[in-house]
Design a protein around this ligand. Structure first.
Ligand SMILES: [Zn+2]
Length: 453
């Protein structure tokens, strides 16, 4: 069934070229470079064989997150009135119970089961004002949006009396101090310095200023425009902040269990747009945790960003038929700009302001192709753009994480068909527990015996 779930390759031939108008247009055109299979073979020759050890070395637990949002207008009157609603859930998947649960007769995602899992997952939700909505008497949509972001990131999301506050994670990621130089409301210069989450006030306009204004999510917000992109950025930030918070919590209770877990996130390991600088804090945080694990003689954490669409996947799908099975390619910048981005003025370091993970293209033994990322194993992007671009492209820097990621992908291969929501796909035939933020996750670790193993 999963093979039936695959849709036709995007590299398929287009029917419209048979149209007479298109044909006469083409008669006046020439190729920049004649398409030929030699070019594909040349690209394919840069892929390296990867042989996975059998049985596969797999993590004991996988945490997968799933984020969704809706931000369509709430009625059809004008001016358009918009509310943003973001939902993020995390599930913990027990890999060891896999053998008991596997049903060879139905190796596909049952849509009803998937929907049920969605309902049952204890999602964390965020509601935000969009166009034409003033939140808590704010003078503009933007100021209200800032308030709402702060209020919701500063709320304790733990349902069991423990502590799960995303603004605390934000402070930790910034080593206890958050600073910025412009008032987010009146835009007049003033040094804001936060060492706690306490609300401050701008000396000029007297508007409240929040620690979360550092994320700059509000900058795109206008009173009557479509504020969808700010909601998307917010969702992106929350998903990555939740990941970091969970890693931090588990680390403080049981570093050992962390090194036997994997975390799967939907999409690239990157933060785009206004809050992009958060990416470097996450990169540094993960480096520190892995450094500590290494000092304790433990393996680094496996974090995988899995991308099911986008230009890398489009390229991989076209190339697929030219690739032998079981090959991998680290997407260095040269390759990316030459074959995927096609830019005349390539950046010296792709994703320099946004990415904290390295992309790979992996073709499995069964012939399916994946684009995944694992975090850069460095604290920062020193010493310079060009040097970092080279440094991140050496596959040996990623140690056994590349093989571990491939193992996990192969293990879940049949379920990871296109358009499946990653955690649903991962969880549907595994023992999965929806993670309730807070101390519960620590209970899970203790109960499942991870702590003492
Ligand atoms: Zn001000």
């Amino acid at each position: 069934m999963p093979y039936n779930g695959e849709k036709a390759s995007k590299g398929g031939h287009a029917d419209f070229v048979k149209n007479p108008d298109v044909m006469s247009f083409l008669a006046e055109c020439e190729y920049m470079r004649e398409p030929n299979s030699a070019e594909a073979s040349l690209i394919a020759s840069s892929y390296q064989k990867i042989l996975l050890t059998v049985p596969l070395d797999l993590p004991r637990y996988v945490v997968a997150s799933d984020a969704s949002k809706s931000d369509t207008p709430i009625n059809d009157k004008l001016p358009s009135t918009q509310i943003g609603f973001i939902k993020v859930s995390q599930v913990l998947i027990g890999m060891e119970r896999y053998a008991e649960l596997i049903d060879p007769a139905s190796r596909f995602v049952d849509p009803f089961k998937a929907a049920e899992m969605h309902r049952n997952a204890s999602a964390i939700t965020f509601t935000l004002p969009g166009s034409n909505i003033r939140f808590q008497g704010a003078k503009s949509v933007k100021d209200g949006f800032r308030r709402a972001v702060f209020k919701q990131l500063n709320a304790n999301r733990a349902k069991d009396g423990s502590d799960f506050v995303l603004t605390e994670t934000l402070l930790q990621l910034n080593n206890g101090i958050i600073e910025f130089a412009l008032c987010p409301s009146c835009c007049i210069e003033n040094d804001f310095k936060f060492i706690t989450q306490e609300v401050q006030h701008c000396p000029h306009c007297k508007e409240p200023v929040f620690i979360t204004d550092w994320l700059r999510l509000h900058e795109d917000i206008s009173d009557f425009g479509n504020n969808t992109s700010a909601m998307t950025r917010m969702m992106n930030v929350i998903e990555h902040l939740l990941l970091v918070t969970l890693i931090h919590q588990i680390f403080s209770v049981s570093p050992k269990s962390l090194s036997s877990m994997a975390f799967v996130i939907d999409g690239p390991l990157a933060i785009f747009g206004q809050p992009a600088k958060l990416h470097s804090r996450i990169m540094e945080f993960l480096f520190k945790i892995n450094n500590r694990l290494s000092e304790l003689g433990m393996d680094p954490i496996l974090i995988i960003g899995l991308q099911k669409s986008g230009d890398v996947m489009d390229h991989a799908n076209i190339l697929n038929k030219f690739l032998p099975p079981s090959v991998i390619k680290l997407l260095d910048d040269e390759y990316r700009y030459k074959y995927i981005k096609g830019s005349d003025s390539p950046s010296e370091n792709f994703g320099g302001e946004t990415y904290y993970g390295q992309d790979f293209i992996f073709k499995t033994e069964k012939g399916r192709i994946f684009n995944f990322a694992i975090p850069y194993p460095f604290p920062d992007k020193a010493p310079g753009k060009k040097e970092f671009s080279k440094k991140k492209s050496k596959i040996e820097h990623y140690g056994n994480l590349v093989e571990k990621a491939c193992n996990l992908i192969c293990h879940f291969e049949l379920d990871l068909y296109q358009n499946a929501i990653v955690p649903v796909a991962l969880a549907h035939r595994h023992a999965s527990i929806s993670i309730v933020p807070g101390g519960k996750v620590l209970d899970i670790i203790t109960k499942t015996g991870l702590k003492n193993n």
